[in-house]
Design a protein. Structure first.
Length: 152
């Protein structure tokens, strides 16, 4: 976000890329705000047992294979991988090809499929745990849409 803000200050308002960079900043800010909202909700939950919560978790399996997971919840009996998408409008999950289509204000925008993103990150995470010789626990995965203006 910081880089986007600095870049916008440096560009003239009439520059051809200014509008696109402002949209990117809005998307990054919305995503960050959604992650913060979910982080706060998880911290407010009264779990019966002790747990660890890792927002913005990264693990590196090899020099070329890194997994970034929005949040990881670790308990004594399971691990929960959380992917957060703070989007509004109507969302359609498609399978041929795998992608997420957002319909908003008369426009359709295609995004990489969060399901596939989470499956790839989960595979890397599971291999990383195995390499680190951590205790094997069941791993659950979820996608959270914290925006109340989302229709799926």
């Amino acid at each position: 976000m910081y880089a986007h803000k600095r870049l916008i200050k440096r560009l003239s308002p009439n520059h051809q890329k200014t509008e696109a960079i402002i949209r990117q900043l809005e998307n990054v800010t919305a995503g960050f705000n959604g992650e913060c909202r979910v982080d706060q909700m998880v911290q407010e939950v009264l779990f019966n047992k002790h747990f660890y919560y890792f927002p913005n978790f990264e693990c590196q399996l090899s020099p070329t294979r890194i997994a970034q997971i929005d949040s990881v919840l670790l308990t004594q009996s399971y691990i929960l991988l959380i992917e957060i998408k703070n989007m509004r409008g109507t969302l359609h999950f498609q399978e041929q090809p795998y992608q997420l289509i957002q319909e908003l204000e008369g426009q359709s925008i295609a995004y990489h499929c969060p399901q596939m993103q989470l499956l790839r990150a989960s595979d890397t995470f599971e291999r990383w745990l195995k390499n680190m010789k951590f205790k094997q626990l069941p791993i659950y995965k979820t996608i959270i849409m914290p925006n109340n203006r989302t229709v799926i």
